[in-house]
Design a protein around this ligand. Structure first.
Ligand code: GDP
Length: 324
């Protein structure tokens, strides 16, 4: 298929074309990458935006159950929903695949939904680029909401938070002691904490957990650009469907507030600048290690630095001088 034809189909919201386009941005083949660049550039002109929601939580907390139930609600409300998965661990272990369609059986059969599992092999830098570009493609294809699912392993949350408009943390009901288990850095990224499994025997615990996290969030910090009552914690049950409507209402309220206070555009601009710098950095490093001589020099200098025969600064300068 020609690229302008593919672009046209993606722009028309064709899901098979979108899947092909995502495959292109995931490819490591230079010709595919060139095609992907052209495609993204062409689609950029559409200037379409989706609400990008990052969703994080440890395995077993109920991410796929939540996305299935939440996604179905949005689809039933006439919205088009894309689900992308970011799972750097699957690259190493070949293990847990997020965004697995079998985990979101009903949603994956909906016309208004697009689900894409994480690619099985990619470095973290590659994952970031692929995810950003896949988001752009989903936006160009006219999706209203893009959910980016990630597993709680630190680095991937930071990455996802830097490409989202909202960051949602999914937690399980827990006693007071376990509250400490959530890393402060992850709590700080959260706009909304959802305590899942607020049903049956766990309901009372979930209510207490919400209160605990609400308290913890108040202590963390004030975001001068957000409404007074954000970040906030809510109880939901993905299985029962309880609280999902309220969760969506809160997400929309926060997004609307940020748009109205021009925080939305500013954040997206800052994120774009961040990724530009990141690309330059990674490109430079790739260029350095592509050249066999430079690579050998880097190894030599690293050893010299380790042995104390050169300072890190001088050794790095030496390597960088080779780039000219
Ligand atoms: P993930 O690994 O985060 O994607 O978690 P899953 O969605 O696969 O859910 C893990 C387990 O928790 C499954 O057995 C689900 O049925 C269960 N689960 C998920 N959501 C809820 C919920 O709202 N209430 C209850 N009671 N169980 C849930």
């Amino acid at each position: 298929m020609r690229m302008d034809e593919l672009a046209e189909k993606v722009a028309a919201g064709n899901r098979r074309a979108l899947a092909r386009a995502v495959t292109l941005v995931e490819s490591t083949r230079p010709d595919h990458q060139a095609q992907a660049l052209g495609l993204l550039d062409q689609l950029r002109a559409l200037d379409r935006q989706a609400l990008r929601i990052g969703l994080s939580g440890t395995p077993g907390v109920g991410k796929s159950t939540f996305i299935e139930a939440f996604g179905m609600r949005l689809v039933e409300a006439g919205l088009r929903v894309a689900v992308l998965a970011v799972d750097p661990s699957s690259a190493r272990s070949g293990g847990s695949i997020l965004g697995d369609k079998t985990r979101m059986d009903r949603l994956s059969r909906e016309k208004g939904a697009f689900i894409r599992p994480s690619p099985s092999s990619a470095a973290l830098g590659g994952v970031a680029r692929r995810t950003r570009e896949a988001i752009s493609l989903c936006e160009a294809a006219g999706f209203d909401v893009v959910l980016i699912e990630t597993v709680g392993v630190g680095q991937s949350e930071t990455m996802v938070a830097q490409m989202c408009d909202l960051f949602v943390l999914l937690l399980a009901p827990a006693g007071g002691d376990e509250l400490q288990g959530v890393k402060r850095g992850i709590m700080e990224m959260a706009d909304i904490i959802l305590v899942n499994k607020a049903d049956g025997d766990l309901k009372a615990t979930a209510t207490r957990t919400v209160a605990d996290y609400a308290g913890a969030l108040r202590l963390l910090r004030k975001r001068p650009y957000d409404p007074e009552d954000f970040p906030k914690a809510l109880a939901v049950s993905a299985v029962e469907g309880d609280g999902l409507g309220q969760a969506w209402a809160e997400m929309q309220a926060l997004a609307e507030w940020r748009k109205a206070h021009s925080h939305w555009d500013r954040t997206r601009a800052a994120q774009a600048a961040h990724w530009f710098e990141q690309e330059v950095r990674e490109g430079l490093l790739a260029r350095l290690t592509r050249d066999a001589d430079v690579k050998a020099l880097m190894r030599e200098q690293a050893e010299a630095v380790a042995r104390g025969q050169a300072t890190a600064t001088a050794a790095a300068r030496d390597v960088l001088d080779r780039l000219r």
